[in-house]
Ligand binder design. Sequence first.
Ligand SMILES: NC(=O)c1ccc[n+]([C@@H]2O[C@H](COP(=O)([O-])OP(=O)(O)OC[C@H]3O[C@@H](n4cnc5c(N)ncnc54)[C@H](OP(=O)(O)O)[C@@H]3O)[C@@H](O)[C@H]2O)c1
Length: 249
Amino acid sequence: MTTTHTVIGGLVSTGRDAAAPVTLITGGATGIGAATTRRLLAAGHRVAVNGRDRARLARFAAELGAGDAVLPVAADITDYEAVSVAVKATAEHFGRLDHVIANAGFSTHDNLADGDPDKWREMLLVNVLGPALLVKAALPALKESGGRIVLIGSTAGIKNTPGNTYSISRTALTALAENTRVLVTGAGVTPVAPGRVDTPFWSTHPDHTVAPGPVLTVEHIADAVVGALGRPKGVDVNTVVVRPTGQLH
Ligand SMILES: NC(=O)c1ccc[n+]([C@@H]2O[C@H](COP(=O)([O-])OP(=O)(O)OC[C@H]3O[C@@H](n4cnc5c(N)ncnc54)[C@H](OP(=O)(O)O)[C@@H]3O)[C@@H](O)[C@H]2O)c1
């Protein structure tokens, strides 16, 4: 199996202390992930930012201007070896790992009747297998730190619409979250289900734009994620659903 992981280093020190929480986020350089990365840094975290596009990760890290509080870790989350290396590199670089956020995902924006089954395979790998691999790879470190796992799903995983293939992948994430929660009693598990958010997620939609109706900003979801991570020890927020007011599904 080939390893697609890379660490891009060479950053200046920000003097954040060694007790500052460390969070690894997948798909952390765009959309909801990028806003969450910014919020995490503002809240004093050190952040390992994942995605597949190394050049974009490097640009994003430079843009953040957060020095060695940011570690870009390029990896395809559907490759267990690459995910394991990214988790290990994060723990080694920062000396600990407190939280992981499985955020990477996409939609084929189609349905069972007229969609392309070849595209569903990739969607299921990224949206379901990827988060499961991240949980498996991070569990030993999270057990040690007593940290938290956040899984970004969707309201499409709660409300079904006719034949919605993306919804199937998001419903599976809800099951992953609950099965993980009862497995890991020392770490918190929070599935976060956003409603419609204006991000590059919609660039692959046939209309190339966010579906009509009310929409959230990326900051609304970032606030919910960082809020869940910031709960006092012993408090586990288990389901967060954030819709724009007026979204029906
Ligand atoms: N926007 C919405 O309306 C909405 C609503 C509900 C839920 N969500 C969910 O929110 C999450 C974030 O999406 P977004 O809206 O912020 O869209 P986005 O900007 O397109 O973010 C998707 C991210 O996932 C990364 N990614 C995709 N495949 C990957 C892989 N195999 N390995 C590693 N990283 C991968 C992408 O980076 P690379 O291309 O560099 O890999 C990208 O940074 C997704 O799980 C999405 O399903 C979005």
